[in-house]
Design a protein around this ligand. Structure first.
Ligand code: SF4
Length: 352
């Protein structure tokens, strides 16, 4: 659970809940209507729902260009490891897998392109290209929608893509792993600086998607028969604070909030259930609880990491709330939704 990050700071489990999968491989039939380019790709995803959503977008880009998904990494022409830096074990697994594929590339002389994406890539940067010279592309999470462009550049040299960029609005349909439930990103990055967390350094500053784009994606999902959507953000309560203002009857202009977004997308036809993750106690509002109680499609489920029940530790973590504030949030949820399910994360070994 504990790991040393290159800066020497100690990072402990948690980007607020997005830990879970040790490894996840995309495997589904490619759509039949896209002309194939004769190449196959394989994506191995480590880590959180954010990474899974990024992998689905990369897969969508590749299939739009005619690549086919292959289950066996050894048969891939493009091999992507979408990495997670929260758990040291996952990071070690990536290096071990890279070693095997680097050997395959050297000995078989194949045209294999090896791509390392995600948070480990962002953190390691050029050092990874030096450590494993067979790696063709090292790309941070903000580049998921630009995978085709990076592959093209990799034809002539190794590519390092870790500079901060605007996340491109999704122009490609992600190749989703489920036919029923879908992830929809609403905000990328995180502006908090919780002292144990590497996420702001790997996923960058907050970038909210325009509400109209989010709704458009959900409308397409509803039309395609999807029933459930999980809205994703590292700190989803921060949604909208980087967006231009919206009209408000009472007070002129104000920023979009996550509650506004929920109300705006709630009536998308076909979508019957809406979930979201992850909530931050510092920004969690009464308006949000009221909206969840009022809007029938909102699942009565909240994931709100508390991380510690001790105010001194919370201060050291720079979480921006007290245990009293957290308890008040739970009481408030119980007042409006007595049967709501609530889960949380706690760091049991915060090292200071
Ligand atoms: S709020 Fe941001 S910095 Fe704090 S734990 Fe969550 S992702 Fe990390």
């Amino acid at each position: 659970m504990e790991r040393l990050v290159p800066s020497g700071a100690v990072a402990v489990l948690s980007d607020d809940a997005f830990c879970g999968l040790e490894g996840f491989v995309l495997r589904r039939e490619a759509p039949a209507n896209v002309p194939k380019n004769g190449k196959r790709y394989h994506i191995h995803t480590f880590g959180c729902q954010m990474n899974m959503a990024d992998s689905e977008r990369m897969a969508g880009c590749l299939e739009t260009a005619g690549y086919e998904c292959v289950e066996d990494a050894n048969h891939a022409d493009v091999l992507i490891y979408n990495t997670c830096s929260i758990r040291e074990k996952a990071e070690l697994k990536v290096y071990s897998a890279l070693g095997k594929q680097a050997k395959r590339k050297r000995t078989a002389g194949t045209e294999l392109k090896v791509v390392v994406a995600g948070c480990v890539a962002q953190q390691e940067g050029a050092a990874m290209l030096r450590r494993v010279p067979e790696v063709d592309i090292v790309m941070g999470p903000q580049y998921a929608n630009r995978i085709l462009e990076l592959l093209e550049r990799a034809e002539s040299s190794q590519v390092l893509a870790t500079e901060a960029v605007s996340v491109l609005e999704d122009i490609t349909v992600p190749r989703r792993e489920s036919d029923l439930t879908a992830w929809v990103n609403v905000i990328y990055g995180c502006n908090e600086k919780c002292t144990y967390c590497v996420v702001p350094y790997t996923r960058g500053q907050e970038q909210s998607r325009a509400a109209a784009d989010i709704k458009r994606e959900m409308l397409a999902l509803g039309e395609a028969g999807y029933k459930e959507v999980t809205l994703l953000g590292q700190n989803i309560d921060a949604y909208g604070r980087d967006l231009p203002g919206m009209a408000d009857d009472a007070s002129g202009r104000r920023a979009w909030t996550f509650t506004d977004l929920l109300r705006y997308v709630h009536d998308v036809p076909g979508i019957q259930r809406i979930r979201f993750a992850t909530s931050h106690p510092r920004y969690f509002t009464d308006r949000l609880v009221q909206a969840c109680a009022e809007l029938p499609k909102l699942c009565e489920f909240f994931h709100i990491p508390f991380q510690s029940g001790d105010n001194d530790i919370l201060r050291e973590m720079k979480r921006g709330y007290s245990h009293e504030r957290y308890r008040a949030i739970i009481d408030n949820i119980r007042r409006y939704m007595p049967d709501a399910s609530i889960s949380g994360d706690a760091i049991v070994g915060f090292p200071g």
